[in-house]
Design a protein around this ligand. Sequence first.
Ligand SMILES: *[C@@H]1O[C@H](CO)[C@@H](O)[C@H](O)[C@H]1NC(C)=O
Ligand SMILES: *[C@@H]1O[C@H](CO)[C@@H](O)[C@H](O)[C@H]1NC(C)=O
Ligand SMILES: *[C@@H]1O[C@H](CO)[C@@H](O)[C@H](O)[C@H]1NC(C)=O
Ligand SMILES: *[C@@H]1O[C@H](CO)[C@@H](O)[C@H](O)[C@H]1NC(C)=O
Ligand SMILES: *[C@@H]1O[C@H](CO)[C@@H](O)[C@H](O)[C@H]1NC(C)=O
Length: 269
Amino acid sequence: MTFIPTTPSMVLLFLVLLLKSSIFAQDVEMDETATTTPSSNTSSLNECDNLTIGEFTFLLVSSSDPFDEVSFFGFQDLPGNLNLYLTDNAWTGDSFATTEGVMMLTTPPEGIPAGITVGLGPAETVYQYGRSWQSVQGVFALSTEGEQVFLYCLDGSNQPRPIAAISYNGPFLPPNLPDYGFNTSAVPQDLVDANATIVLPHEHRWQYIGPKLLEIDELKAAIQDTETNWEGTSVQNSSGSTTGMSRTTTMVVTSFLISVAVVATNSLW
Ligand SMILES: *[C@@H]1O[C@H](CO)[C@@H](O)[C@H](O)[C@H]1NC(C)=O
Ligand SMILES: *[C@@H]1O[C@H](CO)[C@@H](O)[C@H](O)[C@H]1NC(C)=O
Ligand SMILES: *[C@@H]1O[C@H](CO)[C@@H](O)[C@H](O)[C@H]1NC(C)=O
Ligand SMILES: *[C@@H]1O[C@H](CO)[C@@H](O)[C@H](O)[C@H]1NC(C)=O
Ligand SMILES: *[C@@H]1O[C@H](CO)[C@@H](O)[C@H](O)[C@H]1NC(C)=O
């Protein structure tokens, strides 16, 4: 079982343990550099390896309608000073293609608690950190033809470790195909097994509009229920400002209540 702090006292204990173990880890590392032979190259686990696949889920994806937006949500705290990445590059089987783009967000020193909706885009009342991402490779641009987006971090071996995925162009494809183009992708099987993927048919914009005040497992299941709880819209035209306004209002409520749901559920445990 993964240890997830769920009450304030457990969070405190977790932080104390984390602090102690990181100080300890530094001591060990310094000893090792002094005593071990240079040939040893054991990669250690890092904060990225500690993120649990299945504890993060996308809530929103929007392609040029009138701007690209993505948001996601954690049932697990994100540590401070962690680099998170969003990419529309295809997963090819054991790595990402490099034909599209990668955006990076460094979490604030205090971390990002579970229950905070993190986004990329301009809607500051809907998700946090929307304008804090920087481009680190290529061009991240969500195609109105449909695409796949991955959330990942870099593991202890400095390799991308996907932790959540969303497709708004139908099912993911098998790995190791010769070419995924700009609007298809494979997906790591561990994400599928952990319900860390959202698979939607093609629309320009999708968002979770389902119930929010649920226990954690029920909320996870509700977010997975794309038939019932996701709304897709294909607005061809950014001049439809009335539609845009009403969608934004719904999203504010969604985001707020999800935060409350997790905090409320946590405090029961
Ligand atoms: C990973 O989490 C465990 C607790 O579950 C903690 O002891 C360890 O220090 C963490 N490792 C890193 C690199 O954050
Ligand atoms: C250590 O392993 C990592 C990951 O496999 C690799 O990228 C790096 O080049 C290795 N370093 C040395 C000195 O062999
Ligand atoms: C992918 O995009 C191309 C244009 O780039 C389009 O012709 C094709 O129909 C799209 N495929 C799917 C499955 O949507
Ligand atoms: C994934 O979702 C299904 C359907 O809600 C559920 O039965 C299953 O237990 C979930 N798996 C995990 C690993 O959470
Ligand atoms: C967008 O809306 C304007 C005005 O309502 C209309 O003239 C134009 O044809 C629309 N464009 C598309 C691509 O639907």
